[in-house]
Design a protein around this ligand. Sequence first.
Ligand code: HEM
Length: 506
Amino acid sequence: MYGDSPVSFLGVLTGILSLGLLLVVARRNKNKRKLPPVPVMTWPLVGNLPSVPLNPRKNLKQWHKEHGDLFSLYFGRTLVVVVCGYNRLKEILVEKGTAYLDRPVMYANEVIGMGHTGLAFSSGPLWHETRSASVSILRELGLGRNVLSEKIHEDIEFLLQRLAEFQGEATNMWHYVHLSTANIICSMVIGKRFNYEDDRFKDVVERIGELSAYANDMAALNYLSALTYLPGDFLKTGRLRRAVEGLKDFAEFCCNNGGRDGVEDTSNENKNFISLFRRKQEEKRVNGIDGLLDDQNLCKTVMDLLGSGTETTSATIAWCVLYLLHHPRVQVKVHEEIDMELGHDRLPCMGDKLRLPYLQAVIKETQRLASVSPFSMMRATSEDVDLGGYLIPKGTTVLPNLDSVMHDPEIWGPDADHFRPERFLNNDTTVMNREEFIPFSMGRRMCPGIGMAQIQVFLFLASMLQRFKFVPPKGEELPTLKEKLGFIAVPTPYKVCCVDRLTRHD
Ligand code: HEM
């Protein structure tokens, strides 16, 4: 029919094409309406990145206030859905958690060619298998039990001695705490404690610090890979690459030596993370199971444990001492509680925890207010999901805004931005467990190091406060409470005088 008249054929064709175009545009707009609102101007190529500062905590708080629990941001062309508020976070991390278990791809892992392996940044079956092996190994190593606290005591004794040597002179206490927490993780992972003067050990601790610090500078690279070609190193990519490679070399060295050439072998019947992982590999091999726990996966998992486990714990301890400098009356109460319940004849152990509710409340308040992992770790949707009436496509990056819960005045009261440990106490005698207290996130992918972190933070702080009074350097202003946000939120480095309470008691 159309063959008879070219004019009418062209007309119909144009009509069809226009209709098609209209449908595409309509569908695009409809898709846009299906996503949570974007709070700021979106630019071509860079998206909303110009409006997201290196430390976006204040901005996210403001956008949460203005737009509610869900809003979208474009990091370059990548859609990132920010999820705020306890109920929404519980929905994505726990109730409908299966669809939000994946991680988006991260530049830092890509540069060393280990993008999809290990525990912290993997997704799908590889993550499932690595997570279940790692959690069962960590359990076997005695996390959450007293076995671990014995190992920790050795490092605490070293730390106390080191701090006492300064005889009350101002020092960067956090640096020594960092070395000790790193050594504890090494002891668990490799079955080997390092001499604190060991160059390899000192180097890897420095690398971990750098990795965490540069994480924000180079966050844009995850979304604008063209930036890697810029001359110079203003995004610190070179330093980041060196830091990741340094950590990788160290992990490879550990996996290959497995603690056998250790300065001091602390493993019980050669029980450490690496040897138990190898045992699982062997079990699979013997049973003819084609598993995913290969050597590269082991090496990356070791990197993840070292990277995630040291800075978070030591920063929490550093935050606590900093808050105590700002709240001397709280420090007096902690000292009184320790003196009354423990005395000074032995180091605190985990069995003392129940007897020190005020200290426990101080630790919880520190974790709440400092919120060292304010945005948890990014997740990605593994299927299309309906979230609050919006249709979020498969593969979307999701940012769980833990900060929005930890500082929510509706949960913690109008003084949510202030340090007040009493909010965690029932009648001054027992500690209140609030489900909204989520520094380790929630659900199946929550922090697997929670047991170890809680033991370390409690034992370190109880022992440090049993021994020292922390005061600011004479004649100087109190150190700032301003944070530095990298991979996590750490205090601005500060100096503190550790005044030995033992010499006073003698
Ligand atoms: C106060 C100390 C710590 C805090 C606040 C903390 C917080 C977190 C948070 C918020 C996440 C993200 C969880 C999620 O995606 O939902 C995480 C993941 C992780 N943490 Fe921790 N963490 C701490 C200590 C530790 C320690 C001591 C270890 C090692 C033993 C560790 C190992 C890990 C690993 C491997 C992951 C990734 C888990 C996965 O993706 O399956 N963390 N942590």
